[in-house]
Design a protein around this ligand. Structure first.
Ligand code: PMP
Length: 496
């Protein structure tokens, strides 16, 4: 069992040593001290199903990932100015996963760095400055990325004044949101949203360098664009002399199940592709892939990145690609996500608070509303639901234009049993949340909520004491851990 400093001590020490802006989740912050595949363990030994980490994409501490990365670390971590075979082995393998046009790789340390470099490439190639991005976008934390991360200006993330200092030469197009956007539910929405981008191009006679987009919007609330949107925008941008940048930091590496990259579902090939998060399964790594022609425009720039693509990072990247293939993770994402989305749609029928269920593959969102007709965002309810999920052993996130979308993007080893547990927990939590706000209105309070799911009963509990994952952890180094072996399911009471 864990015997290091308590969560409270760590929280206090953070206040002394870190800035308050380095925020954490939850009113009672969670301290995770161990993890295995799709499960995490806190300092008290409680188990959580991780429904949120698209970083530990192939599974937390996956044995092949750990072995392969640490073997390289035992040998060498060199400066990227020296040759090492891993970088080219990895580049070759990564290129086998992308359209042939994207034949040149740059390795960096994060998604933000990848997007920053992508904009440099676009600007030097087109000799133009302007960048078009979408509303509620998130592209990273460098100055240049902050300027196009429009979610920051709206408070979708933490809200920051800082955004306005960086948003220079930036033009914002409406997000093509089929549920809440300005052409929601219009069968011509793809064309109309694309025309909004064309209007921006026409209003800028000096031309724009690039259009940058997430392939499915993440922080903005798991927004899946109309099918013909990107192809129309790409045509318009290229006609105008600009290039198209696809940010697959959240959506890449087989997550959508149907494709390896989310842009493929829209029938486009970007000029520049940016990668992060899942690429290194938690090890700092990012990448930019582009065409030989664009890369040539940048060849005169001596590009040096001390750690980006060092031997350990490249081993991490290589291991991720090997595991996705070996464990059949794209296929698993496809099967489990179809099951999950179907179950969430059934849940929607029982919970009027669920306005929309959407997603592609294991990139899923449910939008909470107070009224399905007015679509009034249920922001406070969403915040409470996220906390209550955690209390019940499920880690999820939230986002969206109004912070009213529960976001799910689990590691790709996620199983149907985990999906069942997630859906049963949401059933319980949404029942509790609605009852809580109703009770508050009537100045009373909810004592306990129970729901039945099959032959099991779930009881909502604030600080469950029953889960002692530590005693059940023998199996956790196994390659694939099925939910019942170490699961939070142990907290379910069997109904007899
Ligand atoms: N692009 C997208 C779509 C992201 O979601 C993020 C991170 N949330 C980034 C870029 C930035 O990645 P990083 O935090 O690794 O710099």
């Amino acid at each position: 069992p864990y015997n290091g400093p308590s969560a409270q001590d760590v929280l206090l020490a953070r206040q002394t040593h870190l800035s308050a802006g380095q925020y954490h989740f939850y009113s009672k912050p969670l301290m995770l001290v161990e993890a295995s595949m799709q499960y995490c363990f806190d300092d008290k030994g409680k188990t959580y199903v991780d429904c949120y980490s698209n970083v530990c994409h192939v599974g937390h501490c996956h044995p092949h990932f750990v072995a392969s990365t640490s073997a390289t670390m035992h040998n060498i971590i060199s400066n990227t100015r020296y040759l090492h075979p891993t970088i080219v082995r990895y580049a070759e393998k990564l290129k086998s996963k992308v359209p042939a046009e994207l034949s040149v790789c740059y390795f960096v340390n994060s998604g933000s760095e990848a997007n920053d470099l992508a904009m440099r490439l676009a600007r030097i190639h087109t000799q133009r400055k302007g960048i078009v991005c979408l509303e509620y976008a998130y592209h990273g934390t460098t100055g240049s990325c902050t300027g196009i991360s429009t979610s920051l200006s709206t408070g979708t993330t933490t809200g920051t004044e800082d955004y306005k200092y960086h948003a220079r030469d930036v033009y914002v197009a409406p997000v093509p949101d089929p549920y809440r956007g300005k052409y929601a539910e219009d069968p011509e929405a793809g064309r109309k949203y694309a025309e909004d981008v064309e209007s921006i191009l026409q209003e800028n006679p000096e031309g724009i360098a690039a259009f940058i987009h997430e392939s499915v919007q993440g922080v903005g609330g798991q927004v899946v664009y109309p099918r013909d949107y990107l192809s129309r925008v790409y045509d318009a941008v290229r006609r105008d002399g600009g290039v198209c940048i696809a940010d697959e930091v959240q959506t890449g590496f087989g997550r959508t199940g149907t494709h390896f990259w989310a842009f493929e579902a829209q029938g486009v090939v970007p000029d520049i592709l940016t990668l992060g998060k899942p690429i290194g399964n938690g090890f700092p790594l990012g990448a930019v892939l582009t065409t030989r022609e664009i890369a040539r425009s940048f060849d005169g720039v001596q590009y040096f990145n001390t750690n980006g693509g060092n031997p350990v990072a490249c081993s991490a990247g290589l291991a991720v690609l090997e595991i996705i293939e070996r464990d059949g993770l794209q296929q698993n994402a496809l099967e489990v996500s179809q099951y999950l989305i179907e179950k969430l749609k059934e849940l929607q029928e029982q919970h009027p608070i669920i306005g929309d269920v959407r997603g592609v593959g294991l990139f899923v969102g449910i939008e909470l509303v107070r009224d399905r007709l007015t679509k009034e965002p249920a922001k406070e309810e969403t915040a409470r639901a996220m906390e209550k999920c955690r209390d019940n052993g499920v880690l999820i996130g939230k986002g969206g234009a109004f912070n009213n979308v529960l976001r799910m993007k689990p590691p790709l080893c996620f199983q149907k049993e985990d999906a069942d547990f997630l859906v049963a927990t949401l059933d319980l939590v949404l029942t509790e949340v609605v009852a809580y706000f109703e009770a508050k209105k009537q100045q009373t309070e909810v004592v306990e909520v129970r729901i039945r799911n099959g032959n099991e009963t779930y009881v909502n509990c604030e600080s469950p004491q029953t889960s002692q994952a530590g005693s059940q952890r023998d199996n956790r180094d196994h390659h694939r851990i099925t939910a019942p072996s170490i699961s939070p399911l142990q907290r379910k009471l069997t109904f007899s």
